[in-house]
Design a protein around this ligand. Structure first.
Ligand code: RP5
Length: 173
């Protein structure tokens, strides 16, 4: 088994549904990753230890997600010089507190904040970063982008030939 190059961390088991979207995309493109539940508030020492040792253990990117006051990603970024991508976890009834807390980092400690619940894009950005030094992965990533591009053109061709009403009906099954 390949050693993980992406560490996915989250503040609570309750974040796993959102964060697993990142793991799924990394798995699909063959990027070895590890998933950990480490809270900035409830397990601060373990969380800092994990992040501070990440680079020496071979990790290249960290994806961190939390909701509410969402300190996890910012504190992680403070303890490593690896790129840290944050996923603000948003639930019904939340405002945008996690997003705002993540984008308001002080100058000097960068944090790449993804869309709310944006596990997929976090994984793809991690892949884009890793692709800079991994030709095989770069090819897989280009392939993914091409497939996505072709799917849109196919949908456009369908709506042009069948009309929007029929296309909508087909999509509804
Ligand atoms: C945050 O508080 C966690 O990341 C989670 O998004 C939220 C709620 O945590 P639980 O009370 O469900 O453990 O720290």
């Amino acid at each position: 088994m390949k050693e993980p190059v992406v560490g996915i961390i989250m503040g609570s088991k309750s974040d796993l549904d959102v964060m697993s979207e990142a793991a799924k995309v990394l798995d699909e493109l063959g990027v070895a990753n590890e998933v950990r539940i480490l809270s900035a508030h409830r397990t601060p020492a373990e969380m800092i230890d994990y992040v501070a040792s990440a680079q020496d253990r071979g990790l290249k990117v960290i994806i961190a997600g939390a909701g509410g006051s969402a300190h996890l990603a910012g504190v992680a970024a403070a303890h490593t010089s690896l790129p840290v991508l944050s996923i603000p976890v948003k639930r019904d009834g939340h405002d945008h507190e996690a997003l705002f807390s993540n984008v308001m980092m002080p100058p000097g400690i960068p944090l790449a904040t993804m869309p709310e619940n944006g596990g997929k894009n976090a994984a793809l950005l991690a892949i884009a970063i890793l692709s800079l030094s991994d030709q095989e992965l770069s090819k897989s990533y280009q392939g993914f982008r091409r497939k996505q591009h072709d799917a849109v053109l196919e949908a456009d061709a369908q709506v042009q030939s069948d009309g929007w009403q029929k296309t909508l009906g087909k999509n509804r099954g």
